[in-house]
Design a protein around this ligand. Structure first.
Ligand SMILES: *Cc1c(COP(=O)(O)O)cnc(C)c1O
Length: 348
């Protein structure tokens, strides 16, 4: 049995550093567009061709190589559905642990088994172990790049090699944090060469549209056609469809936020060094830190002080670890000063 997804506490009115959202929210230009929508926009089924056009131009791939989804979560479900259609010789999903929980949840929800390969203490991709674990019943392999919750990056060429080696199983690379890392597999010719590669992207994280729900799945035209077959016809709502082209076009806003996040990440790494907390080199908008036995009490105490972080202690290989979003510098500063105070108290 898989545990159902545990929706973390909302943390209304708190500094939310637990879900890797854009802590500044969406671009103000996006809000202007949303405010201008009227009753009719709400009353009609959405037309999101223009949004798809904007996304395909932004990703630099043909329109037939991208499909928009109701958040990347729906994209993961759809990709899983495509992979598991062929049930001859069994059907299984495969992934690493620790990992984003939706891969296993979706695979099991669709009635297939899910196997895992553990990441080592450095969270480096266990390439050989994955290759060996892929068998005749493996239909899809899920990886996240940069990895969540550690933020560790796998070079794109390793993933292209892996896709080639595990074909015809699908390699699904979840690039939810690609904007922060500046690393992506999204490329028109790569998709032509790798018919079993799917890449997932989201506008929830760097673009601050988590509340609107819009993501994308990209890959070879044929595979994307299959993904579209398992998706409902109106995945993206009218508000998300109106917001997306504007969010993509506001490059200045995105770049400002990426810089805030990078500065926060450096501040968090620095604080961990000062406080002698183990951490890992993150390229995402978050940092995983090892608080040891303080993980739980510190998470709870921070909560009481209006700062929500994600205790990952119960994840495989994450004993004592807490994941903290690297967003606005002002929020990061507040987190660090509260953390320092709590750890000093604990040491007394
Ligand atoms: C946040 C996250 C998602 C979900 O993205 P949505 O577009 O909001 O559904 C998917 N994968 C990973 C690794 C994430 O961290």
């Amino acid at each position: 049995m898989t545990k159902p997804y545990q929706r973390p506490a909302a943390g209304i009115g708190s500094v939310r550093l637990h879900l890797n959202e854009n802590t500044a929210g969406c671009s103000p230009r996006v809000l202007d567009v949303l405010r201008a929508l009227d009753c009719r926009a709400a009353g009609r089924y959405p037309d999101y061709d223009a949004a798809r056009e904007a996304a395909s131009a932004w990703f630099g791939v043909g329109r037939d190589k991208v499909v928009l989804t109701n958040g990347l979560d729906e994209g993961i479900l759809a990709a899983t559905g495509v992979a598991l259609r062929d049930r001859t010789s069994g059907a299984e999903g495969l992934g690493v642990v620790p990992a984003f929980e939706m891969y296993e949840i979706c695979t099991r929800a669709l009635g297939a088994a899910y196997r895992t390969v553990p990441l080592g203490t450095e969270f480096v991709l266990p390439y050989e172990a994955i290759r060996r674990a892929v068998g005749p019943s493996t239909r899809i392999v899920f990886l996240t790049n940069p990895h969540n919750p550690s933020g560790v990056v796998t070079p794109a060429d390793r993933l292209r090699c892996l896709a080639r080696e595990i074909a015809p199983a699908i390699l699904f690379v979840d690039e939810a944090y690609a904007e922060f890392a500046g690393v992506t597999l999204v490329d028109d010719t790569v998709f032509d060469e790798l018919p079993n590669l799917l890449v997932g992207r989201t506008f929830s994280k760097a673009y601050g549209l988590a509340g609107l729900r819009v993501g994308a799945v990209l890959g070879a035209a044929r595979l994307i056609r299959s993904v579209r077959e398992v998706l409902p016809p109106y995945s993206v709502n009218a508000w998300a469809a109106a917001a997306l082209p504007v969010a993509i076009a506001d490059v200045a806003y995105r770049d400002w936020y990426l810089a805030e996040s990078a500065a926060s990440r450096a501040m968090l790494a620095d604080a961990c060094r000062r406080l002698r907390l183990r951490t890992w080199p993150s390229a995402g908008n978050f940092v995983l830190m090892d608080l040891g036995e303080n993980a739980r009490p510190v998470t709870e105490a921070l909560n009481g002080r209006g700062i929500v972080v994600r205790d990952r202690s119960n994840d495989v290989g994450c004993a004592g670890c807490v994941r903290v979003t690297a967003g606005l510098v002002e929020d990061t500063r507040r987190f660090i000063s509260e953390l320092e105070a709590l750890l000093c108290d604990a040491a007394r």
